[in-house]
Design a protein around this ligand. Structure first.
Ligand SMILES: Nc1nc2c(ncn2[C@@H]2O[C@H](COP(=O)(O)OP(=O)(O)OP(=O)(O)O)[C@@H](O)[C@H]2O)c(=O)[nH]1
Ligand SMILES: [Zn+2]
Length: 200
């Protein structure tokens, strides 16, 4: 797996908690408020803590999450699809939320992975600053590298708050991204994937 997919280590080291809180105070002033008023006194501390959760994907180790695979599935070798995996991410351009769902399908090669692990991978990459394209590719590469399936398909549909709340202000528009690798490069497999994603 390439470096971007693996655990990321900040190049210049992490700032201290105090530095992070001071940065929040600067942004509060930039927004036009007074960081010293009562309601905002604890906000820098809360924001620093929230960032640890919202961006916890930088500290996560994808390889260890995807480490457990198993073969004993009675010869099952057809598509496994986990659809509608909800996620929250943040766009790397504006640092505002991306809200979406991921659908992950793969064709096993005599080996499967725990279903929850697919959702965990979405969380790891979601909890980083992202573009939707990169997140789609990273999820695909991580699973492909851990499981070596015959094929993998990943689709993400998401609303970007940077397009809804600000800028062009088009709320409700959805962006779709897909990657199809291995057997899913065949159009018939792509149709089967899409039919299963959309079917209810
Ligand atoms: N391709 C891609 N673009 C994204 C994603 N998230 C946000 N963007 C876009 O990133 C672009 C950044 O454009 P810039 O012109 O540098 O920034 P900006 O002036 O804030 O752009 P506006 O959003 O148009 O106001 C915008 O068009 C966003 O819609 C994403 O996941 N993928
Ligand atoms: Zn954005």
């Amino acid at each position: 797996m390439d470096a971007i997919v693996k655990k990321l280590v900040p190049v210049e080291g992490k700032p201290s908690r105090e530095e992070a809180e001071e940065a929040v105070r600067v942004l509060l002033r930039w927004a036009g408020d007074d960081p010293n008023r009562e309601g905002l006194l604890d906000t820098p501390k809360r924001v620093a803590k929230a960032y640890q959760e919202l961006f916890g994907g930088y500290d996560a180790d994808v390889d260890s999450v995807l480490g457990t695979t198993f073969e004993e599935v009675a010869g099952y070798n057809d598509m496994v699809l986990v659809r509608d995996i909800p996620f929250f991410s943040h766009c790397e351009h504006h640092m505002v939320p991306i809200i979406g769902k991921a659908h992950i399908g793969y064709l096993p090669d005599n080996r499967v992975i725990g279903l929850s692990k697919l959702a965990r991978v979405v969380d790891i990459f979601g909890r980083r600053l992202q573009t939707q394209e990169a997140m789609t590719a990273q999820i695909t590469s991580a699973i492909e590298s851990a499981l070596a399936p015959r094929g993998i398909a990943v689709m993400i549909e998401a609303e970007h708050m940077c397009m809804s709340m600000r800028g062009v202000r088009k709320s409700g528009s959805t962006t779709l991204t897909t990657t199809f690798r291995g057997s899913f490069e065949e159009p018939t497999e792509q149709v089967r994937f899409m039919t299963m994603v959309r079917g209810r």
